[in-house]
Design a protein around this ligand. Structure first.
Ligand code: DX5
Ligand code: ZN
Length: 220
């Protein structure tokens, strides 16, 4: 039996106890650290920047999955590589020359991800899908944790799965926003590979147990 992946979102951690929360993820069944970087321009919120990421990477023992919610991400590709990002995801809506951006991310030795907002149709990725290691389908409007899941996401996952299979690509499908034990199974059945979970993990009474339960649900 194999398992799909769970990526707790550090955005929902307690920043005054960040090392404790990082160690919790290290000691859990989680697969990746999902790191949300917001610039207050692409999204109406500012999360944290390079110094905090540097300190997270110092303690984190799992894949570092960085989600850039910033305009002009090309400016910072080398910086995020140097900080230790393993996957760097940019927003489709923030890239004028997406293909060039993807090549630049890979040239720095990282996996290249593309995130799409809820209003962006997956078919727009058809011509670049073979160059994309991961598509992050936003299941909320990016900018904040704790929002409720947009139901139309299931349909988008199915459409994207069809495109990936048709093109013979190896792209992973990640879902970000409002993921809980109520929608996890349906998302995996629709074709998702990675589920990001922020509030559902960190606001639960026992995050280690919550991650374990999610991992059970995503077994295939
Ligand atoms: C939202 C971020 C998400 C967020 C998810 O803009 O990209 O990664 O942390 O948080 P929850 O799981 O609480 O919706
Ligand atoms: Zn995210």
């Amino acid at each position: 039996m194999t398992s799909k992946l769970i990526a707790p979102s550090v955005l929902a951690a307690d920043f005054a106890n960040l090392q404790r929360d990082i160690e919790m993820i290290n000691n859990s069944n989680a697969d990746w650290f999902h790191i949300d970087i917001m610039d207050g321009v692409f999204v109406p919120n500012i999360s944290f920047g390079m110094p905090v990421l540097r300190d997270i990477v110092k303690h984190a023992k799992k894949t570092i999955d960085v989600h850039l919610m910033i305009v002009d991400p090309d400016r910072y590709i080398q910086t995020f590589a140097a900080l230790g990002s393993n996957i760097l995801t940019v927003h489709y809506e923030a890239c004028t020359h997406l293909h060039r951006t993807l090549q630049a991310i890979k040239a720095e030795g990282m996996k290249a991800g593309v995130a799409i907002n809820p209003h962006t149709n997956v078919s727009l990725l058809e011509d670049t899908i073979q160059d994309i290691d991961l598509v992050c389908i936003m299941s909320v409007n990016p900018g904040f944790g704790g929002q409720s899941f947009i139901e139309n996401t299931y349909e988008k996952v199915k459409q994207l799965r069809r495109i990936i299979d048709k093109k013979g690509a190896n792209t992973l499908i990640e879902i970000d926003g409002g993921v809980t034990n109520k929608n996890a199974k349906q998302l995996i059945d629709a074709g998702a590979d990675v589920l990001v979970a922020g509030s559902f993990v960190f606001k639960s009474e026992d995050p280690i147990k919550t991650i374990k339960e999610l991992k059970e649900i995503v077994k295939v």
